[in-house]
Structures are given as C-alpha cells and as structure tokens.
Write a protein of this length. Structure first.
Length: 184
C-alpha cells in the first residue's frame, strides 16, 4: 500500500488546514510505529516504509504533487495500491469520506496527481476542514485554508485520524493491496 499525504513543504505551512493530508499521515505514521521520515530526492519527497506499507509526503507544493506521486506509480497495476489523503473544504471539520475513481472535486493537488497518472482510479481519503460558516470568495477561502488550525480543530483532527486508521483496509492476503513497488 502506498499512502500519500498532501500538503505544502516548509515550516510556514506545517499547521495549516491545507496540510491536513500531511498532518494526518504523520499521525498515522506515529500511531503505527513506522520509521522516521527519510528524504528521497529522486521521489521529491519524504518516505517511511515498513513491510508492505509505504508512506510519501511530497516535498513539492500542493499543485505539483503529481510530480512526486508519478515517480512511484509507474503503471495501472501499482495505481490500485495508491491512497491519497487530503483536505476537503466541502466537508465539515470532523468528517471524512473515502472514495475511489472520482474526479478532483476542485482540489488542485488531486488534479495534479490525476493528470500525472492519467487516471482517477485510486483511493482518496477526504478530510473535512470546513467551519460551520464556510468562507466565500477566493481570498477568504485561500486565507482560511492557509490559516493554522486552532487547538480545538487539531483535537478534532486527531480524533478523526483514529477513525481513519480503523477504516484502512487490513488486507494482508488480498493481492489488491500488496504493493508492487517499494519506496527507497
């Protein structure tokens, strides 16, 4: 299984809502006692691997996430092992949806991956970040998603991550989740 957490690299983005994919994948890594992140310049990302679980945090900006993902997903056989975690402003904070073979839904990081892989046939875990009153207008939306999580919002994110870990497929015998590629 190849799990990718979308976000932007750099300390200035670490705690922003747009980095939800990276934040959740880091929580997942720690909860499952996976190795520390290692830089992989070839993949343009940070990787952690243990057994058949491969984690990737692209070190490209969100809109170029496909560059990193395309380096590990070489064919249709490996794309079925891909799970992409990202923020979703259309879902309320504290909710998530798992979908397969769906469009980008306006998310530019996902769109970058779809364009790079030339397919939508991968799993997405969409994490809600929307407040009760959703921001309107381009500037308000950008300011909101690039704003840092408040402590209460981070607590909600931690709680939902526990549910996501439980929702992950525990398919040890099924070939559909045996990765065809190891991240090195």
């Amino acid at each position: 299984m190849i799990i990718v957490g979308l976000g932007n690299p750099g300390t200035e983005y670490e705690k922003t809502r747009h980095n939800t994919g990276r934040i959740v994948l880091e929580m997942f890594r720690k909860k499952n006692d996976l190795p520390e992140w290692q830089e992989n310049k070839k993949l343009k990302g940070l990787v952690s691997q243990k057994g058949k679980i491969n984690l990737l945090l692209p070190e490209t900006f969100m809109n170029k996430s496909g560059e990193a993902v395309a380096k590990i997903i070489k064919n249709k056989k490996t794309v079925k092992d891909l799970v992409v975690i990202h923020d979703d402003l259309d879902l309320p904070l504290g909710r998530f949806k798992i979908s397969f073979n769906r469009g980008a839904g306006g998310h530019r990081g996902v769109l970058s991956i779809i364009k790079a892989l030339k397919t939508e046939a991968f799993t997405r875990i969409r994490i809600g970040i929307a407040p009760k009153k959703k921001p309107s207008g381009k500037k308000a939306v950008i300011d909101f998603i690039l704003g840092e999580f408040k402590p209460a919002e981070l607590a909600a994110l931690k709680k939902i991550t526990q549910k996501i870990v439980i929702a992950f497929p525990q398919r040890k015998k099924e070939s559909s989740f045996v990765p065809s590629v190891q991240i090195r």
